[in-house]
Design a protein around this ligand. Structure first.
Ligand SMILES: Nc1ncnc2c1ncn2[C@@H]1O[C@H](COP(=O)(O)OP(=O)(O)OP(=O)(O)O)[C@@H](O)[C@H]1O
Ligand SMILES: [Mg+2]
Length: 231
């Protein structure tokens, strides 16, 4: 569904991605792992048209490199960036409404679905988003993106800074998305959650993919883990 080949990305003169290649299939959860600075967020931004890039990125057979971020979003790719991207002065509900405005048509998600998935957001629907806790803002960002009805969602470090209990919860929600047929590209630092929810794992090092395989094969590969993941 998402096919990436020979993807290069640049910040000015700095060449950050060096021929990245991987696929994400329908309904698949693929974890993109790697140390700080390995190029995971840049990969997300390159897919979403937010950084200068060259190479082949095709989405359902259509080349998308060089397109504008909003055009890419309209084709059904959702993006939850690593900084919690909410409108702090708007209420929870207004934030969700803004997400829906980006949708191509009436989506598969309603307000009630979001509130059923995250009861905490329902309780706080009329609260300004800026006063929510970090975990709640993370949930809100995810929900706002879902309201745009993506077929594939790229989520950049959703568990960063969250308490272990909430991290578990995020894992459950990712499985819910999968059950709804949504593909997920999960950028993570935490091996445990990535291993428990993903169908396949990718490891990135210095702007290239250095490993692709099932969670079990990554678990079994001490060399890759030591060389590219453990600190
Ligand atoms: N806006 C930018 N301008 C210049 N260089 C950047 C910019 N953003 C990232 N980089 C550089 O690109 C490389 C890859 O960064 P990237 O953010 O993709 O890493 P990452 O794997 O997401 O790691 P983390 O999120 O832990 O920082 C790093 O060397 C980083 O310093
Ligand atoms: Mg990052």
């Amino acid at each position: 569904m998402l096919h990436i080949e020979n993807l290069h990305a640049y910040y000015g003169k700095s060449h950050v991605l060096h021929g990245v290649h991987f696929d994400v299939g329908p309904g698949e959860i693929v974890a993109l792992l790697g140390r700080n600075g390995s190029g995971r967020s840049t990969t997300a931004k390159a897919i979403m048209g937010m950084v200068e890039s060259t190479g082949d990125v095709t989405w359902k057979g259509q080349p998308i490199v060089g397109r504008k971020p909003y055009e890419i979003a309209h084709l059904g790719l959702g993006y939850v960036p690593e900084n919690r991207d909410i409108f702090p002065r708007l209420t929870v509900q207004q934030n969700l409404l803004l997400g829906q405005k980006g949708a191509r048509q009436k989506g598969r998600w309603s307000f009630d679905d979001m509130y059923a998935m995250f009861p905490r957001l329902k309780e706080r629907q009329h609260t300004e988003a800026g006063v929510l806790s970090g975990g709640e803002q993370q949930m809100l960002t995810l929900c706002r993106t879902l309201m745009g009805d993506p077929e594939l969602i790229i989520i950049d470090e959703p568990t960063e800074g969250l308490a272990p209990k909430i991290v578990e919860l995020v894992g459950e929600y990712l499985k819910t998305l999968k059950a709804k047929g949504i593909s997920v590209l999960l950028i993570e630092q935490k091996l445990t959650i990535a291993m428990s929810v993903s169908d396949r794992t990718l490891v990135m090092g210095h702007g290239s993919i250095v490993f692709q395989g099932t969670p079990d094969s990554l678990r079994a590969d001490a060399y890759i883990r030591k060389e590219w993941l453990e600190v």
